[in-house]
Write a protein that binds this ligand. Sequence first.
Ligand SMILES: Nc1ncnc2c1ncn2[C@@H]1O[C@H](COP(=O)(O)OP(=O)(O)OP(=O)(O)O)[C@@H](O)[C@H]1O
Length: 863
Amino acid sequence: MRQYEEAKAAHPDAILFFRMGDFYEMFHEDAVIAARLLDITLTSRNRGNPDEEPMAGVPHHAAAGYIARLLTFGHKVAICEQMADPSTVKGIVPRQVVRVITPGLVTDAEQLDARANHYLVAVDAAEDNTERGIALLDLSTGELSAGMIPDLASLLGELARCDPREVLVGGGLPADVKKGAGLAAPRAVLRDDEPLDDGDVAATIDGAVAEPIAAEAAVTLPLSARRAAARALRFAHKCTPGSPLPVRRIAPYDPTGAMRIDETAQVHLELVRGADGSRKGTLLETVDATVTPAGARLLRRRLLAPLLDVASIRRRLDEVQAFVENPRARAELREALAKVGDLERLSVRAVLREATPKDLGALRDGLLAAPAAVAATRSIVDAGELFGAEVDTLPELAAKLAAALVDRPPALAREGGFVREEYDAELGTQRRLARGGAEEMTKLEAELREKTGAGSLRIRFTRVFGWYIEVTKTHLGKVPPDFRRKQTVAGGERFTSDRLDELADGLENAESRALARETDIFEGLVRLVAESAERIRKLARTLASWDVAAALADVAHRQDYVRPEVDMGEALVIEGGRHPVVERLAAAGRFVPNDTTLDLGGERLWLLTGPNMAGKSTLMRQVALITILAQAGSFVPAQGARIGVVDRVLSRVGASDNVARGESTFMVEMRETATILRDATRRSLVILDEIGRGTSTYDGLAIAWAVAEHLHDAVGCRAMFATHYHELTELAQHGPGVANWSVSAREHAGDVVFLHKLVKGPASRSYGVAVARLAGVPEPVLARAKAILATLEAGAALPSGKHATMRGRTKQGSVQLDLFAKAKPDVDAAAPVLETLRAVEVERLTPLDALTFVARLKSLLPS
Ligand SMILES: Nc1ncnc2c1ncn2[C@@H]1O[C@H](COP(=O)(O)OP(=O)(O)OP(=O)(O)O)[C@@H](O)[C@H]1O
């Protein structure tokens, strides 16, 4: 147990998986926690003795699933392996912690989403807390980026964007940063990191990345960013004690170069995750036609961080256009890329010495497919200019892997059988010997059967007993004297003989030598791949960017998207724009395209009215999504688009509670509105859907009015504002930049027909009652609603003779709608009954509705 105690002392905060034979055992507190979380049996060691201790174990081959479970609960798992084959070691087998797996640092394909990055994030601050640094490490791809973040809001925005699994919060960070990090990265485990001094920073970075890069980082990266990078590297290094880190570069992380789409907008626009947390119905799902995991990850990153630089955006659009115009090259490229697999993650597994024969096989297939991908791209005119000159496809490594490995190598190296016999003379010899030995065994069996006349005699092998001769009971009398009894089984006896032992030894020798040789070859190949990791990753990056361009071209072709013009102008002109997701879900040809123009020099604030369900939200989201797609470098669902670069997309859509954060609907609404008003710049695109709805009518209207005014007068950005407050449409008289638009609908025989077509001017009415009918609200309720509506629209007079307001105050001070109060006996008591009766459409009533209706009328009469 000394080994155990030492390993545990080195990793006190991890659950220690201590390898013993075919099991990983856990002890003490670890065993208790694991038994509870993994639903495995808690046993004990030295039962009944004073040193009895809890113990639990999981089979070694099934460990991955258990580890994944523990990670989801935020635990770290330290893997302590046997460092030698127990059968060859005298005394205690040496053991060592080879890897600590934490939620942010997983490399096992089963625990990773192939189509998304998996980040560990470190956050730091300069000594005087004036600047904040962030570092993002994806160990599974070996990518590390670091940069400075100007303020807390941006930092939280970045955390929401990269959706990390683990956040290291450097010691000394203010409490608001820690609290904010927890909220902005809800899926992450927050971990307090140990102190770090400046000497540690330099040493950690120098030790991890290549010298020129470390030197460059020292000059170009601000201290807070370097500190964050060093934290991430130090943590990762501690977790992979046995092998070098796969990180070779520190990419500058510059959020100011990207469009900011804060968490709220990401959620409201359903960019990469829908309301249920899945990819279903998101923009990403709609435009992600990539065929490689690395391409999918790149596209996801691009959608979450569209560019601001016009030249770079145009370069991406040029690439997409090239593939739109060359369908043949596109098809060939995509066919080749489909075989490429995940070169990035496979090469990292080799660096971490975690690669299996199957991984090497996949890497080989990927490398072999790369030249066809290059050829396809090269077939495009001007390809060199667009897609870079030389591409290194590592032909020598591909050839070596192809020569060495069998077609479908197994997942486990332990049992061998993955290196081609022709690849290595020694391996060939041992395999032949082994095969010869097996043939000899068959021959011996036939010989013995003949000699003894025991027809049931068999020569068999099991892992536990090795080779033996089995004879059934009926033939035991024929067993010759030189057979030695080994074991008695139900049906007969098992024997051995000198000849059998001799053959078995030879066979076993040949097999174990073959396996040892294969293991050597395998380790050599893994080393070779690890040495080439940087080149492989460079190739993977190139292929991923082609994959994205070809995928977007494919979507553009299939969905009829056009190339947007992107410039630094101040207009956002979309002709025949469509919502990329809704149009796919709508029946073919049923989606109604609309033109929208927001222009800082003209109409910059649109007030959008129209009935419920008319398509106001859809229209506003479509404008935002088209802008995001364009700046991410994609074609867009429209007949034409001119996008004057937008620096931020800010949105507040619909009302939703955030009970988890302990805030009411209205509080959330106002908090989000406040953020928008604070963060919006003249270049931003703001989308507001029915703000003010979460409170009483007049308060809501007042707030909505003031917000719209502020956006128009003070911020002066491009904005769309959907509202059901028709009073707000008067704002158009307020300033030249405000315009009224509405999404049209028609009422036909009491039913509403949505046209989804934009028309200039405010909506004439709301059709709320008609929509309520569409939703199945019972007729008696509809009739009463219509009656109330008519009274309201006529400007009802109160008993006191005052003009009706929507609300009044009771003596106790509580708010109530006067119109819903029962009529008092001294006024025309029958009025509401008559109004309701007049409004009902008798032909729509079911018999049951009619009964309910009569009861309702009666209840309206004073008793
Ligand atoms: N341009 C369009 N063409 C075809 N169908 C559309 C269009 N726009 C919206 N729709 C359909 O109408 C439904 C309602 O749209 P949306 O939610 O945008 O309405 P809304 O006006 O915002 O409603 P509410 O005021 O109730 O929030 C959508 O789910 C979609 O199916």
